[in-house]
Design a binder for this molecule. Structure first.
Ligand code: PMP
Length: 364
């Protein structure tokens, strides 16, 4: 048999823009026996049993057929849970996809997009992909968003994107501050990414009816324990939802498969499970925050399912590596300004206890 031809340098075939892309790097998902996995802000509890039943039913009937392209039943369940109507809801394959479609639909005006300098790093990746210039507004000395730093002359920006609570700090903005942003930029979309809102922040959903420029994005990956199903959604006035539908239907008409639509719908219908698990995570977060503070960590006030902490005397990268050696994963970012912080996802009480016990040994 003749030898396989030498591989061509891949870049010869790439579109020019692809060569300069720096893609997002998600937190690792290793398969290690007994791992305490506190690095990617997943929920430590499984989803509602009703989700599993709905998924099994969906998988056993109709997979030979395409799903509903507009996810109507799911959007109806989301609308009911969020106190709005189906035509104000857009559903996508994880909120990452919803964000990507929104950046494409709303922020390509040839002007800078305002965002915090420390925030969800995927925002800058979308900017790069779509040729949007990010303007990164520094968090203040307490690592907070100060909305007065977002004032600009009318028409000088392409929009604003804010995670509330912010990631990775976990710090939440009050609704009055979100409203100030909306009023400061009436001609542009203000996108509020509420991936973690159910763990303690005020949702901007209450402002949607009054503000035609507000788009709220949420996910089922965190508070509904469905990171593996990939479902996110946006809520805004009809003209914004229609823009997202136009981009979606120019890209992929069926982003949500039958299994995901059925499972996500069931998740919204089991309110008791949602409330119970969300409360358990909030309680563990507060216990963990107190325990880490006792070990000498500065703990930022978190309204999310993670804590952002730094130790006064110990290097964060070293701590992350030593925890890893003991099968505990936390997230460390080699990013200026936050390289001495660790982002620790809130686990079950047993996982949190293990983290605290190992951390206490490391610090001793
Ligand atoms: N927004 C923020 C702030 C996040 O941290 C994440 C999770 N990495 C997402 C959006 C995306 O979540 P998903 O795609 O799982 O819905």
């Amino acid at each position: 048999m003749s030898a396989l031809p030498q591989a061509e340098p891949t870049s010869r075939f790439w579109s020019p823009q692809i060569c300069s892309l720096v893609p997002y790097v998600p937190g690792e998902q290793p398969r290690i026996e007994g791992l305490v996995k506190l690095n990617t802000n997943e929920n430590p509890y499984p989803p509602s049993p009703r989700v599993i039943e709905a998924i099994a039913r969906a998988a056993s009937e109709g997979l030979q057929l395409y799903p509903d392209p507009s996810s109507s039943a799911l959007r109806g369940a989301i609308a009911t849970a969020c106190g709005t109507t189906l035509d104000h809801v857009f559903a996508g394959n994880g909120s990452d996809e919803v964000l990507a479609l929104a950046f494409h639909a709303f922020f390509r005006h040839g002007m800078p997009l305002l965002m915090p300098d420390i925030s969800y790093s995927f925002y800058r990746v979308y900017c790069d992909l779509y040729g949007i210039e990010p303007e990164c507004v520094p968090l203040d000395a307490q690592m907070r968003v100060d909305v007065s730093d977002y004032a600009r002359a009318s028409g000088q920006v392409s929009g604003v994107v804010i995670a509330n609570p912010n990631a990775p700090t976990g710090i939440a903005l009050p609704l009055a501050d979100i409203e100030r942003l909306l009023l400061a930029h009436p001609g542009r979309v203000v996108l509020v990414d509420e991936a973690y809102v159910d763990f303690g922040a005020e949702s901007a959903l209450a402002l949607v009816d009054r503000h035609p420029n507000l788009l709220v994005v949420q996910t089922l990956s965190k508070s509904r324990s469905l990171a593996g199903l990939r479902v996110g959604f946006a809520i805004g006035q009809r003209h914004l939802v229609e823009a997202l539908e136009r981009v979606k239907d120019s890209f992929n008409s069926y982003p949500l498969d039958r299994v995901a639509q059925a499972g996500a719908q069931a998740a919204f219908e089991d309110v008791a499970h949602f409330e119970r698990t969300r409360r358990a995570v909030i309680d563990s977060r507060d216990t963990l925050a107190a325990a880490l503070a006792r070990l000498g960590f500065e703990v930022l006030p978190s309204a999310a399912n993670f804590l952002f902490v730094r130790h006064r005397a110990h290097d964060a990268a070293m701590l992350a590596a030593r925890l890893r050696a003991q099968a505990i994963l936390v997230r460390h970012f080699r990013i200026p300004r936050i390289e001495q912080y660790l982002r620790i996802t809130v686990g079950t009480p047993a996982q949190c206890d293990r983290l605290v016990a190992v951390m206490a040994q490391l610090l001793a």
